[in-house]
Design a protein. Sequence first.
Length: 369
Amino acid sequence: MKYFFDQYYKCGDTQFYNIFQAFEEQKKTKHLPLYYIDDDFIKNLQNTKRPKNLSPKYLQTLMINRLRDIRKKTNKLKLLYTGGTDSHTILRLCMENDIYLDEVATHLVSITNDIKTDIEYMPGLRYAEQFEKTIIGKINKIHPTLDDMIRKLESDDWFMDPHLLPGRYIHLRPYSLSIIIKENLALDDDTIVLLGNDKPMFKIENGTIFWTRPDAGHAEAMGIKQTIPFFFDKDNTELTVGMSYAFLDCFATKDLKKDQFIEYQSINDRKFKQKVLHNIGLYSTGRGFIDNHLLGKKEFLENIKTRRFLKELEASTRPDLVDRLFSVYDRIYDRYKHLPYAMEKHGKYCSVVGRYSQKVPILQDKFGS
């Protein structure tokens, strides 16, 4: 089974899987880099009707049927497990419905095997271990090493390499998603890796609700073939549409009038967050600190996992790597600060200005065009 969910930055007529390569093109052409996700996926979303049944059970039926379909069509089926509600739901549905996974892989954070640094992954791994050698072929715990960080920082311009940095997110940890998948999961044309991407997100403009995607997070899978972003599957867009309506149905109509960006992560009310999670057919992990993203979704040193990783790096035989890692922010900012809509400064850090993908209007009974 061959599958490619394409996404890219386009600057003029040229496509890139790394935003900084796109910025270099912008310097020459003055074109603004834009973010696009798979054309077939967008086409399939358009005019898809709101399902008559939006119950969590029906949404899970759509998930289960697609998992069985993928299992039949591919020789090896693997899951990249990140510990969160999205990949945890995929894992549980496979186990509860006897859908064999050749491999469940997870990329850990600690370079010293400290369970406190990797605590977010532990509950799910313990659950998965019950099924190893039965419904799961093997569990692959990918441990980063000091050598991985040394390799990453060999070049001062490592952030220009789409293998080290696909998309736009400037990682402080050793691994990119490209490294995790391409170097650790033995990809070929008859292997599929399931990714838990992602809960619906919406942009409201002038009273119209749009389905869209920002390039943060999701764009980290740019250019990686044979991976299916399970909740954005171009061959199962009824699920994407159904989850979107189920998400929005949690809100009062008056709360969907003002211009805003709506995503699960930014919901502060934890009871309401659990309501949304249930409505869109996803399982809780059973751990509030995971469901509510208390460890790993924030940027810079507000991210607890990253903070603990950097402490390990400081205590290693190469503490100089910390300064080298942080110096990249100044280099990137100085190189691109003059470009419009390129960089934002956050104290001693910087980040790339986010970009939205194509926007699809959400009407009362269907997605528009």
